[in-house]
Structures are given as structure tokens and as C-alpha cells.
Design a protein. Structure first.
Length: 369
């Protein structure tokens, strides 16, 4: 069992609450990502799991053993925790070649030479760096250095991997490459992995489950799909998704037994078919949230009920185009596949896909439907 359990973990730095009574169970073999803005407590949480930081309060267990508990007076050192790390700066030794960088940790574990040689060969193959063993870090590209750091972590053959923003120093193309390497590797090795990033795309692509954090607390713990489609609150809705989710202030009015309309300052949208609309209290101040791909844009009025907008900006990026459209007091971003040609200020018809509509309470910011 390589499950990790955090119960009511807090970390105070003076008056700063870096982590605030956080409880979390990381399942065996799971790829779990801590996602959140700068300063929300991701690194602190990871370092407490690693044993590099002592919690002010709470208990940490792994492999059904207590690793840290202040009340029970238990503290297991990082070395005894048997976890592999990879940090943001990959921390390769510049004066040692690739092989030496990998073997250093294994030699300190006093493993037999033959076993060390076999492991090095195996991990270098896994990260496709077989031919680079004799090179020094300065003779490698950023991505290659990253792979060596990864190889070093795998070579430890621990069942738990902890990674803190391991891809943040790479350029965009390499990052995409390394994402698939990491994902493939996780499927191959099945090590329980805790991964830290502030990049929502990275979290969505890699994780089995995502913990969205803000100010030291968990805002939502869920699968990438749920985080994206059913964000529990406005914070998660706004933090995940690109372009950001469209939000429009208004209220829902009941028009008949099965007929509901969303009314904002400057538009009326039929929301009769929105999931859970019947749960909404009439006239409750709320925000309608809809992702850019759940809006479609048309040059002419069609059969679906549409709202006229005027084109403010068209942003093509090859595979898709984002169109910013405005009307009196509202602005939306619409995502369409491929290219879209349009004139500035041209009037277009925007259709809201009711399957993608979410309602958030304006005051509590919680999801209502
Ligand atoms: N050693 C420290 N002393 C004092 N405050 C600290 C220390 N380490 C972290 N903090 C504070 O704790 C909070 C959480 O920091 P943490 O490094 O965990 O954030 P993070 O989510 O990893 O952010 P980032 O995305 O910027 O790496 C921040 O407010 C930070 O300033
Ligand atoms: Mg950090």
C-alpha cells in the first residue's frame, strides 16, 4: 500500500498560514496534482510530505505508517521516507557526468555495483538518453537535463514520487514533449505521484485527480473532467480553462412550469434545458458561467435562440479562433474550430449551449446547479 494520508495538516510561518488544516488521501498508484496560484501552499504541502518541512499541526501517514504526528511525537526523516523527489531546478551536479549524477544517490544507499550499473542502463533507456551517459550537464539542453533529473528519480525505485513544477523551466514545445513522457512513465511504473504545478493545462493533461488550492485550503478535489465541467465554486471555474470562463450577472425567472429565462442587464437567455435549473431560487443574484467552446457564433439568425453581439476582436491560433464579442454591458469570448473571418463591429448571433451553462451564487460563489 503506497497510499499517503494527510489529516488536518497546517503550516504556519510566523503569522502566515501557508497551509490551513488540509486533509487529503492520495491513493496508491494515483497521479495527483496540487494546482493553484503562486503562494497558495503547494510547495509547502509537498515538502511536508517529503519531510523537508515540519507541519505545525496534523498527521501524515504513508504506507500505513505514521510519518509525522506532533501529538504522538513521531517524526520520520526524509531519508527514511523512501520517496523520490524532483524539484523545479533539477539540481544536477555540474562537475559530474550524467551517469555519476544518477549513481550518486544509489552509491550512498550502498547498493552492489552490478545492480547500480543495471539500474542506470535501464533508466537512461526509459528517458531515451542512453547515448548521453558521459556528458556533463552543461553539454545538455534544458530538456535533456530534465530527463536526467527524471532518470535519477526513477532510479531510486521508490514507490512514491514527489515533483515540484518539474517542467517550468522548459520552453513550450519541450514541455508538451515531457508531458507525454511523464504520463507514459506513470502508466509504466505506477508509482504514487504527487505533482505540483500552477499550470492548469499541465494539471488537466497529467492527473488522475486534481487538488485546486487557494490560500492554504482545498477549493476542490476531483477528476480533471469534473474540475473542468463542474467547478464547485467561482475560484475553480475561473482558475481552470483557457480562455477564462465567461461570467454574466443576472437572475433566473420562471416563465412556466418547464420554462426558465436568465435575465441580465442587457440580454435574455432561455435556460429551460439547463441541468438543475429547477433548483435555482427565482431572483437570486447569480452569475451565469459558460465556457468559450459552449458558445457558437453565426453570421445569420438561425433556428436556435441567439443573442446579437458585435465583434470586438478575432484571435486565430491555427487550430481554433477566439472571438471577443460585445453588446451593451456584456462581453463574451467564443471559441470556434479553425479560422473565422469577420469585420470589426460586425453583428453576429451568439448561441448559448444550455448543456454548458453553470450558475454560481453571487454572494457565496458556490455552484448552484
Ligand atoms: N520559509 C518560509 N518562511 C516564511 N514564509 C514562507 C516560507 N515558505 C513559504 N512561505 C509562505 O507560505 C506561503 C505558501 O508558500 P508556497 O511556497 O507553499 O507556495 P506555492 O503554492 O508553492 O507558490 P509558487 O507557485 O509561487 O511556488 C506563501 O505565502 C509563502 O510566502
Ligand atoms: Mg512552489
Amino acid at each position: 500500500m503506497n497510499k499517503i494520508e494527510l489529516s488536518n495538516i497546517s503550516k504556519l510561518y510566523g503569522k502566515v498560514k501557508a497551509v490551513d488544516r488540509l486533509s487529503l488521501e492520495i491513493k496508491q498508484g494515483e497521479f495527483l496534482t496540487l494546482l493553484g496560484p503562486s503562494g497558495c501552499g503547494k510547495t509547502t504541502t509537498l515538502r511536508m510530505i517529503a519531510g523537508l518541512e515540519e507541519p505545525t499541526d496534523g498527521e501524515i501517514m504513508a504506507q500505513q505508517k505514521i510519518l509525522h504526528s506532533k501529538s504522538k511525537g513521531v517524526y520520520v526523516t526524509p531519508e527514511q521516507r523512501n520517496m523520490g523527489f524532483m524539484f523545479q531546478s533539477y539540481a544536477l551536479w555540474p562537475h559530474m557526468n550524467v551517469v555519476k549524477n544518477i549513481t550518486l544517490g544509489l552509491e550512498s544507499q550502498k547498493l552492489p555495483k552490478q545492480e547500480i550499473d543495471e539500474r542506470v542502463k535501464k533508466v537512461l533507456k526509459q528517458v531515451q538518453m542512453e547515448d548521453y551517459g558521459a556528458r556533463y550537464p552543461s553539454e545538455l539542453s534544458g530538456g535533456q537535463q530534465q530527463r536526467v533529473a527524471l532518470a535519477r528519480m526513477i532510479a531510486s525505485e521508490t514507490d512514491i514520487f514527489l515533483m515540484d513544477e518539474p517542467l517550468s523551466n522548459l520552453d513550450a514545445l519541450l514541455r508538451v514533449d515531457m508531458r507525454s513522457e511523464l504520463k507514459h512513465l506513470h502508466k509504466t511504473l505506477n508509482a504514487t505521484t504527487v505533482y505540483v504545478t500552477h499550470d492548469q493545462i499541465e494539471a488537466l493533461t497529467l492527473s488522475d485527480r486534481i487538488v485546486v488550492m487557494n490560500k492554504g485550503v482545498i477549493m476542490q478535489l476531483d477528476t480533471p473532467e469534473m474540475i473542468y465541467h463542474k467547478p464547485k465554486n467561482l475560484f475553480v471555474a475561473k482558475f481552470v480553462g483557457s480562455p477564462p470562463i465567461n461570467l454574466i450577472k443576472g437572475v433566473v425567472k420562471k416563465e412556466g412550469s418547464d420554462s426558465f429565462t436568465f435575465i441580465s442587464n442587457d440580454m435574455r437567455i432561455d435556460v429551460s434545458k439547463v441541468d438543475g435549473v429547477k433548483k435555482i431560487t427565482e431572483n437570486q443574484p447569480l452569475l451565469l458561467g459558460v465556457r468559450a467552446e459552449n458558445l457558437s457564433i453565426h453570421k445569420k439568425k438561425g433556428e436556435d435562440k441567439s443573442v446579437p453581439f458585435s465583434v470586438y476582436a478575432v484571435l486565430p491560433s491555427g487550430s481554433e479562433t477566439i472571438i471577443t464579442a460585445r453588446r451593451e454591458t456584456s462581453e463574451v469570448m467564443v471559441k470556434v474550430p479553425g479560422f473565422f473571418s469577420s469585420q470589426l463591429d460586425e453583428t453576429v448571433e451568439v448561441v448559448f449551449d444550455q448543456k454548458g451553462i453553470l450558475f454560481f451564487d453571487e454572494k457565496s460563489e458556490q455552484l448552484l446547479n
